[in-house]
Design a protein around this ligand. Sequence first.
Ligand code: ATP
Length: 454
Amino acid sequence: MKKIVSLAKRRGFIFPSSEIYGGFSAIYDYGPYGVELANNIKKEWWKSMVQLREDIVGLDSCIFMHPKIWEASGHVSGFSDPLAECKKCHARLRVDHLLEDIGVQADEKMSEDDINKLFKKNKEKIKCPKCGKQDFTDAKKFNLLVKSNLGNFTDKWDKEPAYLRGETCQGIYVNFKNVLDSTRAKIPFGIAQIGKAFRNEITARQFVFRTREFEQMEMQYFTDPENEMKEYEKLREYRWQWYLNLGIKEKNLRWLKHENLVFYAKEAYDIEYNYPFGFKELEGVHARGDYDLSQHTKFSGQDLTYTDPTNNKKYMPHIIESSVGVGRAMLAVLTDAYTEEKVKDETRVVLKLDKKIAPIKVAVFPLLRNKPELVKKAREVFEMLKPHFTCEFDDNGNIGKRYRRQDELGTVVCLTCDFETLEDNTLTIRDRDTMKQERVKISELDSVLKDRLE
Ligand code: ATP
């Protein structure tokens, strides 16, 4: 983990937020290569979930929504984690995680009583991860919603806050009818969106795995009650395949079935990834029954039932969902791609990212930076390629250093213009993974690169 965090910082993928002010806990910024990587992951998700699917449409709802939505969804009363404090060092800890760490199945959705019973029963085995002591307060439920004073000009805004959304899918549920009325969507169909979410996470360790501001990629699929589980199985298969297409090694993925289901859920699985700190939730794929639209019908007074135009059957749509955080996906692909190789006497660090998501596809170098004719030629090649591929021009340091830097960024190919280039318009193309170099004609670059990158 240390190596990944260090590479992410050193090479401009992920920076701690507000670093010059000492940082701001559990918030991270994406640097120049991080934003490219995140955008590529989002692009792949959108392509798979919207572009390639006739039955799914996109949406971009706002972060702020009517506060009643969060009452209807159950977030105001029940979106909480069990919090305990270490009496010695005052670290705030999530009790379900402390229990999980010693192999006891626990869930943040358990009641305060139930989790405290488990906590007491296992107290002997649990140590504070910060100071190692074993003296804790009882667990208390702590609400994770982040409040704001938006639209409230009194000093009592705290009583009636506007919330920063705790998940993006509520924006999908409350737009279900709008989408239905404005498109030709017919059940079964889905609505997908990518957007920011905010949670007052208690323990925010583990880098971008758990942050207080994060981005979710969520798809909610509306089905006839009878077909819910059939569609659920299809979605599970589809989502698993997405990770394999992203180049993630299958041995680093596994399914975890939820044992403690919330009362309305039919079935719930997580896709877990083998992070440096062990297998943890990367994505949730859940069958949610008719809970969401029933709740919004009840709280808004608007009828959200659906009438099937083929047989006039009227029912409350059931929902299956897929939900993944961009940060967790990014940490998974970085972990999966991080490779150290022995090359002669040196260790080469290389990010073997899938070419679809690599932040830079092509780096272009002049062999020497102090030879204007080489720099000019390399610039010409760079200018020619940059409208088509994400490219970088680099003339810093010697060629070995440039290769090392590009390897750490996961750049798929490097092109070098040397003295031969000036004579015969050929250059070398170096492959990131094999390090093999070949000479190719500049006139054929377009098709060579398309072959290697697309
Ligand atoms: P956890 O049990 O790890 O807190 P969760 O079950 O609360 O996660 P969901 O509410 O199901 O998570 O959210 C769906 C997805 O959003 C998660 O699978 C994860 O990828 C992402 N996610 C949730 N919380 C965070 C967070 N604090 N930081 C980054 N990503 C998150």
